[in-house]
Design a binder for this molecule. Structure first.
Ligand SMILES: *Cc1c(COP(=O)(O)O)cnc(C)c1O
Length: 379
C-alpha cells in the first residue's frame, strides 16, 4: 500500500487551509440533509437504539432498499438474502472486490476512476485493467473495442460507475448494452457504483446495469445515502445482488466492520421511503449550481465539459496556457485562492488526463460565485 501514501484530497485540502482558499476540490455538500431524517437519527440515539444492529443491516432498511430498487427500477430483491448494508459505498466496493477477486485476478475499471477502487483492488492482490474514457462530442465515453481488448483469461470483475465521478458521464443504454455484452460473453461479474443514482441532469436517466438482460444474476449493485441525502459523513451504504454474492461479501464484511452504525440506518430507511420530494429539489438545485459553475469557468477561460450527473465539472486548462493539471492545482490556491483536483491522479495512463482539473459544484451559490470571480484572475 506504500504507493497509496497520502491522497490528493488531503494534500489539496491542507493547501486550501494554508492559503485560505475556497475548496472546490473534495466533493461534500455545504448544506444539510432533510430535517425529518436528521431527527430520526437523533431520536434513535435518544431512545436507546445504540447497540450492534444485525450484520446484514436492520430489517427496516433492507426492506426500504428493496422497495426503492423495485419502485424506481423494477428490480426485485429478497430483503433477507439479497441485500447487505455497509459502511458507505466505500466498504461495499472494498468488501465486494476482496470477496470476489482472487489474488492475480484482473478487474476492469474505467479511468479516470474513483480513488478507492485502485486501493481496494491492490488490497485484494488483484490487478487493475484500465479502459480510458475520452471526450467525444462534449462528453466522456469509451471505445467498446478497447473494453473488449482489456478482457483476458484472468479477468473476473468489471467496475462500472454511473453517473461517473469524476467524468460526469451517465452511461446511455447503448453504452451499458456494450458493457453487458462483454460481461455475458466473458462471464464477468459487474460491480456497479450508483451513489449518484438520483443526481442526473438535462433529463439524463440513470439505468442500473442489473436491469439489462441477463445482468441481474451477475451484478453486485452498490449505492449509498451520502450523496442522495447530503450526509456524506454518515457512511451508510448498501449493495443488492444474488444471494451467493451477498453471502460471500458479508463473509468479508463481518471481519472488516461487522455491521454499520445503527441510528443512521433507521434514519436512512425513513428517508428512502419519505424524502423523494426533498431529493428532487436537491437534484434541481445541483443542476442550477452546475450551470452557474460552468458559466463562470467558461468566462474565466477554461473549456468545460457539461456533466450529466454527479457533483463535478471537468475543465480543460489548455486555453489558459497551462498544460499540467497537477502544476496548476498546486499553484491555484496561491494564484487564485481556489482549490481544484488534478484529474490525472485518477488515471493509470496519467497523460490522458494531464490537462484536466476537477471542480465540485455541491456548494452554496455565493461560494461558487466567489470562486469563479477569483478564477477570472487567471487570464
Ligand atoms: C462519494 C463516492 C463514494 C463513497 O461513498 P460513501 O458512501 O461515502 O462510502 C463512492 N463512489 C463514488 C463514485 C463517490 O463519488
Amino acid at each position: 500500500m506504500r504507493s497509496f501514501g497520502t491522497t490528493i484530497f488531503a494534500e489539496m485540502s491542507a493547501l486550501a487551509t494554508r492559503a485560505g482558499a475556497i475548496n472546490l476540490g473534495q466533493g461534500f455538500p455545504d448544506s444539510e440533509g432533510p430535517a425529518a431524517m436528521l431527527e430520526v437519527a437523533v431520536e434513535t440515539i435518544r431512545s436507546g437504539g445504540n447497540q450492534y444492529p444485525p450484520g446484514a443491516g436492520i430489517p427496516e432498511l433492507r426492506q426500504a432498499i428493496t422497495t426503492q430498487r423495485a419502485d424506481r427500477y423494477g428490480l426485485s430483491y429478497d430483503p433477507d438474502t439479497e441485500v447487505l448494508v455497509t459502511v458507505g459505498a466505500t466498504e461495499a466496493i472494498a468488501a465486494t472486490i476482496l470477496a470476489l477477486a482472487e489474488p492475480g485476478d484482473e478487474v476492469i475499471v474505467f479511468e479516470p476512476y474513483y480513488d478507492s477502487y485502485a486501493a481496494a483492488i491492490a488490497l485484494g492482490g488483484a490487478v487493475r485493467r484500465p479502459v480510458t474514457l475520452r471526450p467525444e462530442g462534449g462528453r466522456f465515453t469509451f471505445d467498446p473495442e478497447e473494453l473488449r481488448a482489456a478482457v483476458g483469461p484472468r479477468t473476473r470483475l468489471i467496475l462500472v460507475n454511473s453517473p461517473h465521478n469524476p467524468a460526469g458521464t451517465v452511461f446511455t443504454r447503448d453504452e451499458l448494452e456494450a458493457i453487458a455484452a462483454v460481461c455475458r460473453e466473458r462471464d464477468l461479474v459487474a460491480v456497479t457504483d450508483e451513489v449518484y443514482e438520483y443526481l442526473t441532469y438535462d433529463g439524463a436517466e440513470h439505468i442500473p446495469l442489473a436491469s439489462l438482460d441477463g445482468m441481474r444474476e451477475r451484478t453486485v449493485s452498490i449505492s449509498s445515502a451520502g450523496k442522495t441525502f447530503s450526509v456524506t459523513g454518515w457512511k451508510t451504504g448498501w449493495l443488492t445482488a444474488p444471494a451467493p454474492y451477498v453471502r460471500a461479501v458479508q463473509t468479508v464484511k463481518q471481519f472488516l466492520t461487522y455491521t454499520a452504525s445503527a441510528p443512521y440506518q433507521r434514519a436512512v430507511a425513513y428517508a428512502l421511503g419519505n424524502e423523494a420530494a426533498w431529493v428532487e429539489e436537491l437534484r434541481k438545485s445541483l443542476e442550477a449550481k452546475r450551470d452557474r459553475l460552468i458559466t463562470g469557468l467558461d468566462a474565466a477561460g477554461f473549456t468545460t465539459y457539461r456533466p450529466q450527473g454527479t457533483y463535478f465539472v471537468q475543465a480543460d486548462i489548455r486555453p489558459l496556457g497551462f498544460t499540467d493539471g497537477f502544476e496548476l492545482a498546486r499553484a491555484l490556491p496561491e494564484k487564485a485562492g481556489v482549490v481544484a483536483i488534478p484529474t490525472q491522479v485518477f488515471y493509470d495512463r496519467a497523460e490522458a488526463g494531464r490537462h484536466f482539473v476537477r471542480f465540485a459544484f455541491c456548494k452554496r451559490e455565493g461560494v461558487i460565485d466567489e470562486a469563479v470571480q477569483r478564477l477570472a484572475r487567471l487570464r
